[in-house]
Write a protein of this length. Structure first.
Lengths: 392, 271
């Protein structure tokens, strides 16, 4: 089968690889009908994530049709022919963390837990297509994928909802929703969202869905700010104005009630600390560029919340701990606990509260993945979200 | 089976507290070389001494010195080198004293979201243990007290190590303790304890393993060089146990597809 493989910094290839097989009883094999490139895939593409090996199959936002199930998957839960979306985090359903709805912290799904423990103390769950530290699982930018713990990790979707409407339940819609939910939005709240990529777009929509009075969207890419404005956000172009000043003015001198960092480790900035990050990452003193995180901490009102859906992987420098502590901030973060949100977000889609396909700007065949990655990374051709179609 | 709450480690640590428990510096006169080895040592030492003396040179003196040491070793049965690295070829069985002097002690515990009874049932049948302990090849239950164990070893060490083991304590759903019987390729003893945790947290499983590495401390260091620190190994064994019990399987990516970046692909081997 064809699969998109990681081949070094800013190099992906479409290889002809063996088809996946059932390796454990609770596995299922999915024939992929739609698979997307995520902003966090760009961290892999740009070489920021360690423990990648040439030939690793990428992709963690995918959906399709079940073609085979292992013996441990009950027929009433899942069977060949079912159309499903698969959360990007792999969860067993039985451990301390899964039982407490902390699905992305599953204890049992990372075969390389010993490695993640060395860096993080305890290992998060396994992920599809996201380096050997998270298990090295073959990802879903391919024609077929093997899904472990399929009795827990596959959610059936109704036939009357097209792929475009439901594929984002795999990652970015629940990610944006969890980021907004973590802000504990109260009536009258103003939420500031850094990053108008696909996750930021879903974050903005979710903030309104959860009752925010105003959402302020921050980015530098015009078409992304326009999309945010269409969702009702007030926009700040960071290339044109100082974010802190504008936020202070918009909120009457108090600051936003919550700040959301939907950018993560590869933040762009034109300030001194952003320049420091460029230097420090180039000399391996730092593994990320937490420029937006610093801004979010600085701009947040006292007693507010900083919600971090943006992906970070290692060690960040120069974090304003003093501001965080003295302003009584609450920090809420985590890889998305997708399983927690799929049922209720699917319901919102069915009810018509939201049509997630609004973020899609490009649909390309799987064979054009190298071109698609370049388009997405350079934000060319007004690219915001790419969906790859194996069948195209 | 004793009703007192006794494990091998307790035997060992009790030994260390006895008034005549010996420190390493006091064992300089211990016999630690086996019988036939002593004879060989005497013969080789005598030969070397003769050769060295006949040379009448500095190298010859050194050779004679080595020969003298081998004669001493054969005559007294005590080898300083063996002392330093913790090897004893004179005795066969692992007594608490031996574990205290030369043993490796590993303790790990893990929280498993299953009732004590289920975990005890799995562990009590020692034939299950190779499924979670990567260094074990097989375990065969002989009778209600004894079992025969086969462990993997580097091929230069013979490829495998075997021993018979017996239960020394068995309290249903509470504790299981066992130790190897005399004649083991590697003396070892272990125990596993199951403890309820409150508020739906499951069972805390605590494992203690004591063993005497065959090549002394050098053996342990060599094993660590090849990525097998005993603490790490036991922790991974326990992690496999937890995963087996909580999910019914061990997560893996062995055999999954991967690319070669030149258009083709293969199946994954290794992590």
């Amino acid at each position: 089968m064809k699969a998109v493989t990681w081949c070094g910094t800013q190099k992906v290839s479409v290889d002809n690889v063996p088809d996946p097989t059932i390796l454990n009883d609770r596995d299922a094999i999915i024939k992929v009908t739609s698979t997307c490139i995520c902003g966090s895939d760009l961290h892999l593409y740009d070489g920021f994530i360690p423990t990648m090996q040439k030939g690793d199959i990428l992709g963690h936002e995918f959906m399709g049709e079940v073609v085979e199930v292992g013996e441990g998957v009950p027929g009433d839960k899942l069977k060949p022919g079912d159309r499903v979306i698969i959360p990007f985090t792999i969860a067993c359903g039985n451990c301390f963390f899964c039982k407490r709805q902390l699905w992305s912290c599953c204890d049992n799904s990372n075969p390389n837990a010993w490695l993640a423990e060395k860096l993080m103390g305890y290992s998060p769950s396994g992920l599809f297509g996201y380096s050997h530290m998270t298990g090295g699982y073959a990802g879903g930018q391919a024609e077929y994928v093997r899904v472990p713990f399929a009795d827990v990790g596959a959610f059936k979707v109704p036939a009357d909802l097209s792929d475009d409407k439901v594929v984002f339940l795999t990652d970015i819609y629940p990610t944006g929703y969890m980021a907004a939910e973590n802000c504990n939005i109260q009536p009258g709240d103003t939420i500031a969202v850094w990053g108008c990529g696909p996750v930021g777009q879903f974050t903005i929509k979710s903030c309104f869905l959860l009752g925010a009075e105003r959402v302020i969207a921050i980015d530098a890419v015009p078409e992304r700010l326009e999309m945010a404005a269409r969702s009702g956000a007030i926009t700040i172009n960071m290339a044109d104005e100082y974010i802190y000043d504008r936020l202070r003015e918009l909120t009457g001198g108090i600051g936003p009630d919550a700040c959301i960092d939907a950018v993560g480790m590869e933040a762009h900035g034109m300030t001194l600390d952003a320049a420091y990050d460029r230097f420090a990452t180039a000399t391996f003193m730092e593994t990320e560029r937490p420029h937006v995180l610093r801004q979010a901490i600085n701009c947040c009102r006292k007693g507010g919340t900083v919600s971090i859906p943006g992906v970070y992987g290692g060690i960040a420098d120069k974090i304003p701990m003093g501001a965080m502590m003295n302003k009584s901030l609450t920090i809420r973060t985590g890889q998305t606990h997708v399983h927690r949100y799929v049922p209720k977000l699917l319901e919102r889609i069915q009810k018509g509260d939201i049509d997630p396909s609004f973020v899609i700007t490009h649909k390309l065949p799987l064979s054009q993945a190298p071109h698609a990655y370049k388009l997405f990374q350079k934000k060319q051709d007004k690219c915001i979200k790419v969906v790859l179609k194996p069948g195209m | 089976m004793t009703t007192t709450d006794r494990t091998w480690s307790q035997s060992v640590s009790e030994y260390s507290r006895r008034p005549n428990g010996r420190r390493k510096s006091e064992q300089s006169q211990d016999v630690n070389v086996g019988g036939s080895e002593r004879a060989v040592s005497m013969a080789a030492g005598s030969l070397l001494a003769l050769v060295g003396i006949s040379r009448r040179s500095l190298p010859g003196l050194l050779i004679a010195g080595l020969g003298a040491d081998l004669i001493y070793r054969g005559a007294t049965g005590h080898c300083h080198l063996y002392d330093a690295i913790g090897v004893n070829t004179a005795r066969e069985s692992g007594r608490p004293q031996d574990y205290f002097e030369r043993g490796i002690h590993v303790e790990q515990s893990y929280l498993i979201n299953k009732p004590r009874q289920e975990l005890y049932q799995f562990w009590h049948n020692f034939e299950n243990l190779p499924r979670i302990m990567s260094h074990l090849e097989s375990v065969r239950v002989i009778d209600e007290k004894r079992s025969h164990w086969v462990a993997k070893a580097p091929s230069i060490a013979g490829g495998k190590m075997e021993w018979d083991a017996e239960f020394i304590n068995d309290e249903p759903n509470v504790v299981i303790a066992w130790r190897s019987l005399p004649g083991a390729d590697v003396d070892n003893a272990g125990s596993v304890r199951f403890l309820d945790r409150t508020h739906d947290r499951g069972t805390q499983v605590s494992v203690v393993i004591d063993y005497i590495p065959p090549a002394g401390r050098i053996g342990k260091w060599i094993a660590m060089l090849f990525g097998e620190a005993p603490e790490q190994q036991i922790q991974e064994d326990l992690r496999r146990f937890k995963r087996m019990m909580e999910t019914g399987e061990i997560p893996t990516t062995q055999g999954q597809p991967r690319g070669t970046c030149d258009g083709s692909g293969k199946r994954q081997q290794g992590w």
